[in-house]
Design a protein around this ligand. Structure first.
Ligand SMILES: NC(=O)c1ccc[n+]([C@@H]2O[C@H](COP(=O)([O-])OP(=O)(O)OC[C@H]3O[C@@H](n4cnc5c(N)ncnc54)[C@H](O)[C@@H]3O)[C@@H](O)[C@H]2O)c1
Length: 333
């Protein structure tokens, strides 16, 4: 039985606690939040569950095997470092850390202490992303041309991080999981219209072999859009995450070009075949993910969304920030 202490019970923390209650092989040992109101909410929802305002009570407890860090990103490093230093496995929110240096340090500490780090890249555990990965693995889409994601809505404005650090980690983690190539360069543009933090951003990521990814994140959109287009040599797909059913649609569409004899004899033919919507698992992603965490800790396996996966995302976020300051100059990785 893995005993887990949860630090942070704001917006996302309740989802972690609720799902942990439904995962076999683990037990929520205690919840910590510096806000008394948050602790009142815990006690109301889970009478008898120990609560504390002091993270050290969890971090140093001999009764706890793992810590879930569900606090703002600026606190991730110190809390995770203390957890690892005290011999606890770590489940930590996205983005993993505020800098690549911090991520490197945590990975090194976990390796030295033989502990697991799992970064909450929740979308990797959704039925849609797992289905898309399956289609790629089975060669249904063929070689990838592009990945193009739009993740926009009105707010929620964060007081400490830009829209890039808030929303893009989702897309960068999904892209990292699906494309499985090492990015070569990042270019980002965007704007800050209120509090100095970028609220609209366009990020382009260049991969070897002419694969390109584009991510549009925006807190100033009148409507919520969660749409990803993936173009492959053989098939193309649209993943619309706000759709209740048929989230993923695969299109047998494509382009073929044949050169004629002269310069102006390029022959372009367009293929427009069938569209189908593969069945997508409906299970709650966070539950599947927390199950994976408990299994990895119990069996000594390394999660695929480990510290290294978290670091790859932070590296892209840092590069995007650098590029944005120079109005989109491509930053080589
Ligand atoms: N995986 C996802 O889909 C997803 C979704 C939302 C948020 N998140 C991530 O979850 C984390 C928390 O986000 P949120 O929206 O819940 O934030 P939030 O501000 O709503 O909640 C954070 C909570 O942490 C508490 N806290 C802060 N510092 C603390 C400390 N040092 N010790 C104890 N408690 C502390 C605060 O009092 C607050 O209750 C962020 O890293 C965010 O990126 C992930």
């Amino acid at each position: 039985m893995i005993r887990i202490g949860v630090i942070g019970y704001g917006y996302w923390g309740p989802n972690i606690v609720r799902n942990l209650y439904s995962v076999d092989g683990c037990q929520v040992a205690a919840v910590c939040d510096q806000s008394p109101t948050a602790l009142e909410r815990v006690s109301k929802a889970y009478p008898g569950l120990p609560v504390t305002a002091n993270p050290a009570d969890l971090l140093t407890s001999a009764e706890i095997d793992a810590i879930a860090v569900v606090t703002p990103v600026c606190t991730h490093f110190e809390l995770a470092k203390a957890a690892l230093a005290n011999g606890k496995h770590v489940f930590i929110e996205k983005p993993f850390t505020s800098t690549t240096q911090q991520a490197d340090e945590l990975i090194e500490l976990a390796e030295r202490k033989k502990l697991k780090i799992m970064v909450d890249h929740t979308f990797l555990f959704t039925g849609a992303v797992r289905k898309i990965r399956e289609l790629l693995d089975d060669g249904v889409l063929g070689d990838l041309y592009y990945y193009d994601s739009t993740r926009v809505n009105l707010g929620l404005f964060q007081h400490d991080i830009s829209v890039i650090w808030d929303l893009a980690p989702h897309d960068l983690a999904i892209m990292d999981f699906l494309i499985q190539k090492t990015p070569e360069a990042v270019s980002a543009t965007g704007g800050a219209h209120f509090n100095g933090l970028v609220d609209v951003a366009f990020i382009t990521i260049y991969f070897p072999g002419n694969t390109i990814a584009h991510i549009n994140v925006n807190w100033l959109s009148p409507v919520k859009v969660r749409t990803t287009l993936i173009g492959g040599e053989k098939k193309m797909l649209v993943w619309n995450d706000v759709e209740a059913d048929e989230k993923v649609k695969v299109y047998d569409k494509g382009v073929q070009m044949n050169n004629g004899h002269g310069l102006y004899e390029l022959l372009v033919s367009y293929r427009a075949g069938d569209m189908w919507a593969p069945r997508v698992e409906q299970a709650e992603a966070l539950k599947v993910e927390l199950n994976h965490f408990v299994e990895c800790v119990t069996k000594g396996h390394t999660p695929f969304n480990d510290g290294a996966a978290g670091l790859r995302v932070v590296k892209l976020l840092e590069a995007a920030d650098r590029s944005l300051k120079e109005r989109g100059r491509a930053v080589q990785l």
